[in-house]
Design a protein around this ligand. Structure first.
Ligand SMILES: NC(=O)c1ccc[n+]([C@@H]2O[C@H](COP(=O)([O-])OP(=O)(O)OC[C@H]3O[C@@H](n4cnc5c(N)ncnc54)[C@H](OP(=O)(O)O)[C@@H]3O)[C@@H](O)[C@H]2O)c1
Length: 160
């Protein structure tokens, strides 16, 4: 199984979130995210799940997996108590690609444990005000594809 971290990050200061929400409104990025993850499995921290607009919670047409240490459950998603337990269940089910969609804590957990095969980032031009950041990963990963969009560049990195 391939595990991909997918995020949108401010190119100048690594911000990914502000007060529990995205710092920007980028329809092109949301459309790109939707086309890449539809029909796939998405993993996220409990806070990111709760930050999704009600209409998109759980994310439609995707297997939604939430990671939480608490007793957090509801319709349309599964909950696991750790990244490892979530991944082992997905492997058992024969899932080919798992997309880790945030937030800050969950990205850091996957990176610190060496669980990310690839990182796909929308590098949003400029600097944003925020309180959630994407961890530094550039020493261990190399860019292998770059796609320009109007307000961001979509870059795919793989482990060196
Ligand atoms: N720009 C982007 O691409 C992007 C993507 C996603 C999110 N975001 C932003 O990021 C922010 C949210 O990030 P965040 O770091 O605050 O929260 P988060 O990573 O979404 O969720 C944190 C929660 O995940 C659970 N968790 C974390 N590590 C765990 C572990 N090892 N084992 C079990 N459970 C674990 C805990 O849930 P419990 O407390 O329930 O135990 C923890 O409170 C928001 O502003 C959001 O908008 C941005």
């Amino acid at each position: 199984m391939k595990t991909v971290l997918i995020a949108a990050m401010a190119s100048k200061n690594r911000v990914i979130g502000n007060s529990g929400a995205l710092p920007w409104h980028l329809p092109e990025d949301l459309a790109n995210f939707k086309s890449l993850t539809t029909g796939k499995t998405v993993l996220m921290g409990r806070k990111t799940f709760e930050s999704l607009p009600e209409k998109f919670r759980p994310l439609p047409n995707r297997r939604n997996v939430v990671i939480s240490r608490s007793d957090f459950s509801g319709p349309g998603f599964e909950t696991f108590a750790s990244p490892e337990s979530a991944l082992s269940e997905l492997k058992k089910d024969g899932v080919a690609e798992a997309y880790v969609i945030g937030g800050s804590q969950i990205y850091a957990e996957f990176l610190n444990r060496g669980l990310a095969d690839e990182i796909w980032v929308s590098l949003v031009n400029g600097e944003y005000l925020g309180d959630a950041f994407f961890p530094v990963f550039e020493k261990e990963y190399e860019a292998y594809s770059r796609t320009p969009f109007q307000a961001f560049e979509f870059v795919r990195y793989r482990k060196k």
